[in-house]
Design a protein around this ligand. Structure first.
Ligand code: GLC
Length: 448
């Protein structure tokens, strides 16, 4: 009897949270047909956020899911580039805004809408494939209408950012990685002599500064943008002059996963042999070099690669496991990754999966991408583990994600430490954060 009552209460709580998740998305939805990540802190449309957000909507509001993708693709530049922030609207709660970024400096930038001149992980391809799986053939006309824009975006990457013709593309700014202040970048900052800028931060008026990047880090972020602006955001010039030039395993894994999705979708659509052949050639080359260049046997993980120094950046972070989601490691290497995850990131006292190696001195459990758990990373890791048959661990990653949200709310990131004396509330950063809500909906709608 007591058990039945308990089950009923749990069920009720989950239903309430599903409604709350939808409410978060509704409240963050804007008149222009896009969804902001979080009020105040992130008041515009972000590239990879929009993909995860669309995946939340697709379960209950197909029109909004489509709009989310359309407003993003509508900001594409003539050269295929899709920016990381689209300033559809004005807002003075965010720095640096459109006047700082000056995307118009690039001759092929969108004439319709202002944006940044940098990008973010290319998730749109695999999001479209997943939307089709959920909705069914009814979505095919929508896919047909938009898929070429995503293809053009991938082509842009290979034609402009694959400096060694190795099927791997660079990022020139830490904001392009999506993992903004990761300890990965610390040694790059140490090589830079960035000016001390005077500017007014807005993020720290919304969030405790202990959970955000430092002022000095912001100097570096702005300095790289200024260098890119001096060169009118021309990729060839950036590749020569940017002090930050990195092969990021997360970014490249997203590209490879989305390539696979585009290939599958083009096969469904038919009459697309040239595009399929282009993507398949990149897949072969990219996967091979990914395994050669970004794998670190000693650490048992994939790592970043600094193209300026021509050497690996030897640290393990949650991005190190993202290649599982793109089918990049063979099964024996996948097993090694799993062992690393369990040994370094696992353990009873911790939620999976911290964003940075908890055994490392650079780990910071509260500071953004220097340690906290992020729901979008967990979502990718969960699906990656499942695709290799690591069902138990996949379940744990999902379970931990749901528990964090159920106990603390739809936060931007979470403390990985369980029942730690220093931690009374594990949710950090922005609250009512869109992708945490959207991926909660997707997690809850899939039985796995
Ligand atoms: C932060 C995150 C980035 C995200 C953006 C908007 O900058 O680091 O990954 O896209 O916020 O949510």
């Amino acid at each position: 009897m007591a058990k039945a009552a308990n089950t009923y209460l749990v069920q009720q709580m989950k239903e309430q949270l599903m409604s709350k998740a939808k409410e978060v998305l509704e409240n963050n939805f804007q008149d222009g047909g896009f969804t902001i990540p979080s009020k105040g802190l992130y008041p515009f449309q972000w590239k990879w956020d929009s993909g995860f957000i669309a995946l939340g909507y697709v379960h209950y509001d197909l029109e909004k899911a489509k709009q989310e993708i359309e407003t993003l693709l509508d900001a594409q530049w003539e050269n295929g580039f899709i920016p990381h922030i689209i300033f559809h609207n004005d807002s003075d709660t965010y720095f640096p805004g459109p006047d700082f970024h000056e995307s118009h400096l690039h001759p092929q930038a969108s004439k319709k809408v202002r944006s940044t001149g940098m990008t973010q992980p290319p998730v749109t391809g695999f999001i479209l494939e997943r939307m089709l799986e959920i909705v069914g053939d009814e979505l095919l006309p929508f896919i047909k209408e938009h898929i070429d824009k995503v293809f053009e975006n991938h082509k842009y990457f290979y034609e402009n950012r694959d400096v060694n013709n190795e099927g791997l593309v660079y990022i020139y700014h830490n904001w392009e990685s999506g993992t903004d202040n990761s300890p990965m970048w610390d040694d790059i900052w140490a090589t830079m002599d960035s000016p001390e800028y005077e500017f007014e931060r807005r993020d720290t008026t919304h969030v405790d500064p202990a959970q955000r990047p430092s002022k000095r880090e912001y100097d570096h972020y702005l300095y790289i943008i200024n260098i890119a602006k001096e060169h009118h955001y021309q990729d060839a010039q950036i590749a020569q002059h940017s002090p930050f030039l990195v092969l990021d395993p997360l970014f490249n894994a997203m590209l490879i996963k989305s390539n696979d999705a585009l290939i599958n979708l083009y096969k469904r659509i038919g009459d697309s042999e040239d595009k399929i052949a282009f993507l398949e050639a990149k897949q072969l080359l990219g996967k091979e070099n990914f395994n050669k260049k970004l794998c670190n046997a000693e650490l048992g993980a994939y790592v970043h690669y600094d193209l300026r120094k021509n050497e690996q950046i030897p640290f393990v972070c949650s991005s190190s496991f993202s290649p599982l989601f793109a089918g990049i490691p063979d099964t024996s290497r996948a097993k090694i990754l799993v062992n690393t995850m369990i040994e370094k990131f696992g353990g009873d006292g911790r939620y999976l999966c911290a964003s940075f190696d908890p055994s490392h001195e650079r780990f910071n459990p509260k500071k953004y991408w220097r340690g906290p758990v992020w729901i979008n990373m967990n979502w990718m890791i969960h699906h990656g583990l499942k695709s290799y048959g690591f069902d138990e661990l996949a379940k744990k990653v999902k379970h931990d994600s749901l528990e964090l949200i159920e106990q603390y709310g739809f936060y931007e990131y979470f403390d990985a430490r369980k029942a730690h004396p220093e931690v009374t509330h594990n949710g950090y950063g922005g609250n009512n954060f869109s992708w945490s809500a959207a991926l909660y909906i997707d997690f809850m709608t899939n039985a796995d």
